[in-house]
Design a protein around this ligand. Sequence first.
Ligand code: CAA
Ligand code: NAP
Length: 246
Amino acid sequence: MARVALVTGGMGGLGEAVCIKLAALGYRVVTTYSPGNTKAPEWLASMKNLGYDFHAFPCDVADYDSAQQCVATVEKEIGAVDVLVNNAGITRDMTFKKMDKPNWDAVMRTNLDSVFNMTKPVCDGMVERGWGRIINISSVNGQKGAFGQTNYSAAKAGMHGFTKALALEVARKAVTVNTISPGYIGTKMVMAIPKEVLDSKIIPQIPMARLGKPEEVAGLVAYLASDEAAFVTGANIAINGGQHMY
Ligand code: CAA
Ligand code: NAP
């Protein structure tokens, strides 16, 4: 039976590429969308036209109860989750001087609490079955910090702390937990950056002088999800065109 991969935020730029890659490799791919996202049926139809039969369920990853309910529905309707990709995320960029509590909280809840909310209902099952993959999509800005992103950089750095601690706890049961830290990838999240800031401050810092492609990140997700990656755990893998080396 094909493995089940649950990708949060699969209708976004990066998530869509991950869903397509995993489906092409034979996984049964399930994704989530925000409960208020009215474009989900349209996205599913467009994917079906391309030959991808994805399952999608509403889920506010920032909300614990919503996440538990979503995973329960996935397990009932599709099957136990073998691969979890914690991909859903948001930015609320502003300098710290302007940062207010709602924008701090929104990013911490959506980008960091979500990792707990989604991993909690799938992890015990992976351990019991003796196989699992948890892949957390962090960011270069969690590694190096970014102007205007105290909230986002804190949440993304926190994801990797979670990865390392959980990786220790589940390693003996062949469950791996890893972080991917992409640099700037050409999705709508990056297109929201003011063009003059992108052109003058960000692209010049990327030795490859271009944005990354969602498919490039999807290839790394596919590797970490595979059997070949069984010995990789607790890692934070950078994919950033040389922007940050450590
Ligand atoms: N580095 C250095 N200086 C910067 C800067 C940067 N990255 N971004 C802005 N500044 C400077 C501006 O040049 C400006 O300088 P002056 O006052 O000397 O002119 C000053 O900061 C204020 O800038 P703004 O006028 O733009 O101020 P603002 O309050 O309207 O906006 C901002 C500030 C929200 C930080 C805005 O500049 C911005 O959105 N910057 C981009 C932030 C960013 O890189 N976000 C990443 C999003 S993509 C992502 O997060 C995906 C991922 O994981 C990689
Ligand atoms: P995107 O196109 O804006 O997609 C974000 C996705 O997250 C959307 O599918 C969105 O779903 C979902 N989402 C947001 N809030 C949610 C919530 N509360 N509950 C459920 N789903 C929610 O962004 P992207 O560029 O693909 O980013 C995907 C991930 O990669 C994020 O975690 C981001 O931080 C990370 N990342 C991106 C870059 C980059 O340069 N693009 C770089 C490094 C890391 P709805 O549309 O249904 O709300």
